[in-house]
Design a protein around this ligand. Structure first.
Ligand code: OAD
Length: 242
């Protein structure tokens, strides 16, 4: 492997799953009924009306279950297989990276295929669609909540520190399909830039993160990311035989 590619970090957001059919948060299709994600993805909303919040998650789980990973997800899974020091960080909770074959994913915002007991904190995987009863309850009788990070909540500390460490060491960072407005995730490309990494952004439009990118590749990630990867391989800068 060439020296320039010794450390590669990728940060993904909802845009990478757009061509799989998963609505982005800030796009026109991001609304469910009349609610914005900011109205439902909070502990307050859950305390006020757990049934409503779970109905939203049940709808999203159903939608995502019918979606398949796309060529961008698959490219990242292939990069993980090929690059020795490769770290994939995602803000997505849809699990599509894992379904595409990525084995190590730093999930900053959790995963909606897991739920957590609000009393005991026990985390379980649950792939049932639709859920047989809403809101779901733990065996102990307490409410379960989605094992995701809501607005106003802290990101999982271990995941975040692994992400910071990888970003600080990396030589190349790809930023794929994120609006770059939700912190602390949005700080990661800025940090990579400050630490001297070469930053490439993939998005259908420019974002606040474009300022920190050495290259901005405009277009659908499912087209542009595989194309970029194929060009890199054929450029000879990178050898798959290593
Ligand atoms: P957003 O919905 O904010 O942004 C999606 C980004 O993807 C936008 O910049 C789009 O231009 C871009 N995009 C759309 N289609 C694309 C495509 N086919 N190819 C490439 N890019 C495309 O989603 P996130 O940035 O992921 O947090 O949002 C960040 C966080 O805000 C989410 O993780 C979630 C949300 O509220 C929590 O739930 C805590």
């Amino acid at each position: 492997m060439s020296e320039e590619l010794a450390e590669v970090v990728v940060l993904t957001g909802a845009g990478i799953s757009a061509e799989s059919g998963v609505p982005t948060f800030r796009g026109a299709a991001g609304l469910w009924r009349t609610y914005r994600p900011e109205d439902l993805a909070t502990l307050d909303a859950f305390r006020r009306d757990p049934t409503l919040v779970w109905e939203w998650y049940d709808w999203r789980r159903g939608l995502i279950a019918r979606c398949a990973p796309n060529a961008a997800h698959r490219t990242l899974a292939e990069m993980e297989q090929t690059i020795e020091n490769f770290v994939l960080i995602t803000q997505n909770v849809d699990g599509l990276h894992q379904r595409a074959g990525s084995r190590h994913v730093l999930e900053l915002h959790g995963n909606l295929w897991r739920m957590r007991c609000t009393m005991e904190g026990i985390v379980v995987e649950d792939y049932r669609v639709p859920l047989p009863s809403i809101p779901p309850r733990c065996e102990c009788g307490a409410l379960m909540r989605p094992d995701v990070v809501w607005f106003g909540e802290s990101l999982p500390a271990e995941v975040m520190s692994a992400a910071y460490a990888a970003v600080q060491r990396c030589r190349l960072m790809l930023v794929v399909g994120t609006s770059g407005v939700v912190y602390p995730a949005a700080a990661l490309p800025q940090l990579a830039h400050q630490c001297g990494a070469y930053v490439v952004e993939f998005n259908v439009e420019r974002t606040p993160l474009s300022l920190y990118a050495d290259e901005v590749i405009l277009g659908p990630a499912a087209v542009e990311l595989p194309r970029w990867w194929a060009a890199l391989i054929s450029s000879g800068k990178f050898s798959t035989a290593s």
